[in-house]
Design a protein around this ligand. Structure first.
Ligand SMILES: NC(=O)C1=CN([C@@H]2O[C@H](COP(=O)(O)OP(=O)(O)OC[C@H]3O[C@@H](n4cnc5c(N)ncnc54)[C@H](OP(=O)(O)O)[C@@H]3O)[C@@H](O)[C@H]2O)C=CC1
Ligand SMILES: CC(C)CCC[C@@H](C)[C@H]1CC[C@H]2C3=CC=C4C[C@@H](O)CC[C@]4(C)[C@H]3CC[C@]12C
Length: 413
């Protein structure tokens, strides 16, 4: 067996089933042992409370995509299909923020109830996610809406990877619903709820508030730029399978919220002065990340005829061929932040995640779970993205890598 065969065997036959088993087990272990809350119990089927909470969140997310409003057309797939999204992300964010705040103001006990039912909420998300992934697999296998080119693989791998790129159910784009509506909102709801529960069980804490403020600004930024997210590899290339759908329905509300869950019933150890410093740096990181994503959009929209950092923008005019054989042009920016490192936005993503974790220093390794996972995800993503860019742009990508030799930290990596 040569190296390529060995890699394929590992990738298709071992990694995917192993990840399914490991991640779904980890979620349950963490829900029971990841906190010092006293009344934690667990049930594989969830309970009435958890089904109500998840049901309301799902209905809220579906409604946001059903109400009439502005549309955004995403990039065409290789089969020429143009996905259509609802362009009301920021309104959805503001409405969610307001509703959570009103709910917590009039019914603060909900914070304790949700915190104590957190394992059941995850169990409920898990059931919904597995049923949805099975449905999407069946639908994509037997009734795909768009005939995309697809390599045949083992059933487990296809379930993990997914079948369709842009599946729709009841006229709703499944990826927009699950990734950018449900998972981002439940991430936020859980963080807010743990903050209020901490105030009620222990006492009000500025460092905890700083952490929630940073998440609020980060998610606000995400929704402000939501249509930009429809141009990323998750949306353009990845299929709606276990990785994305289970990941966003279960992994995001569990692992991404673990730091807050760990400290929900504990007095916070970091002092207020450190918390202010973390807030200043965290806001700076979020702003810089936004600015990097913005620079790419700005230079490309202006066809390169613009300034970055008070100087004319520089770029490589790359050409590439589409699946239908047509030749197209695209800019690879070599000035501004894109001239410093090829994935500086990922560096800032990590620093931002770290900034809302640091207020919980002193509580051991649990609170760093998200940042450890994100580091692995991002390194893996860099190699996936570069493979994609190298195949798309060929010599132009090589030229870009020569001009901008580092990926995340100039001089190091
Ligand atoms: N919290 C989390 O779990 C994660 C968050 N993120 C965040 O999501 C956001 C989007 O991420 P993502 O789409 O992965 O990454 P990028 O925004 O970095 O987009 C990568 C794409 O940009 C284009 N590109 C690459 N280099 C250049 C250049 N020099 N000039 C112009 N275009 C270039 C290429 O696409 P093309 O085909 O258009 O040329 C490439 O595939 C980021 O802010 C990131 O930090 C990402 C991963 C995980
Ligand atoms: C099943 C698991 C082993 C892995 C699941 C991974 C997914 C949950 C995540 C993969 C990519 C992630 C995201 C990418 C970009 C984003 C933009 C950012 O501004 C907000 C977060 C996110 C949407 C993020 C969400 C989780 C992933 C989809």
């Amino acid at each position: 067996m040569n190296l390529q065969n060995l890699y394929d065997k590992l990738h298709y036959e071992i990694a995917a089933p192993a990840l399914i088993v490991l991640t779904s087990t980890w979620v349950q272990v963490m829900a029971v042992y990841g906190t010092t809350l006293e009344n934690i119990t667990w049930s594989f089927l969830g309970n009435c409370y958890s089904w109500t909470v998840v049901g309301i969140m799902l209905t809220w997310s579906i409604l946001s995509l059903w109400i009439p409003g502005k549309e955004y057309k995403g990039p065409a797939t290789s089969a020429g299909h143009v996905p259509v999204y609802r362009d009301n992300g920021f309104q959805y964010f503001l409405a969610s923020l307001l509703s959570f705040a009103v709910l917590l103001y009039f019914y603060p006990q909900v914070a304790i109830d949700i915190s104590e039912n957190y394992p059941q909420i995850l169990a409920t998300c898990n059931i919904i996610a597995l049923v949805l992934c099975a449905f999407l697999y069946y639908k994509g296998k037997h009734f795909p809406e768009i005939a995309e080119k697809l390599e045949k693989q083992s059933m487990i791998f296809e379930f993990y990877r997914g079948m369709e790129i842009h599946p729709r159910i009841l006229n709703v784009d499944v990826k927009q619903l699950i990734i950018s509506r449900f998972s981002m909102a439940i991430w936020y709801l859980i963080a807010m709820v743990f903050f209020v529960a901490n105030c009620m069980i222990v006492e009000f804490s500025w460092p905890f508030l700083v952490s929630v403020i940073l998440l609020t600004v980060y998610l606000g930024k995400f929704y402000w730029w939501e249509t930009g997210y429809f141009n990323t590899i998750d949306i353009i290339y990845d299929r709606a399978g276990y990785y994305l759908i289970w990941g966003c329905l279960v992994w995001v509300p569990s692992l991404f919220t673990l730091a807050w869950y760990r400290v929900v019933a504990e007095p916070i150890l970091v002092d207020n002065n450190k918390a202010w410093l973390i807030l200043i740096f965290g806001l700076l990181f979020i702003f810089l990340e936004y600015r990097i994503d913005w620079e790419k959009q700005y230079v490309r929209q202006n066809g390169g005829r613009c300034h970055l950092w008070l100087k004319p923008a520089t770029y490589i005019m790359a050409t590439y061929k589409t699946d239908s054989g047509a030749t197209k042009k695209s800019l690879l920016i070599t000035s501004g932040f894109w001239g410093i490192a090829r994935h500086l936005n990922y560096t800032l993503e990590l620093l931002t995640g770290l900034s809302w974790t640091l207020p919980f220093m002193g509580f051991g390794i649990w609170v760093y779970s998200y940042i450890i996972f994100l580091s692995v995800l991002i390194i893996h993503r860099i190699f996936r993205d570069e493979k994609k860019c190298s195949a798309k742009y060929g010599v132009y990508w090589e030229e870009y890598c020569r001009k901008v030799p580092y990926r995340m930290i100039p001089g190091i990596f």
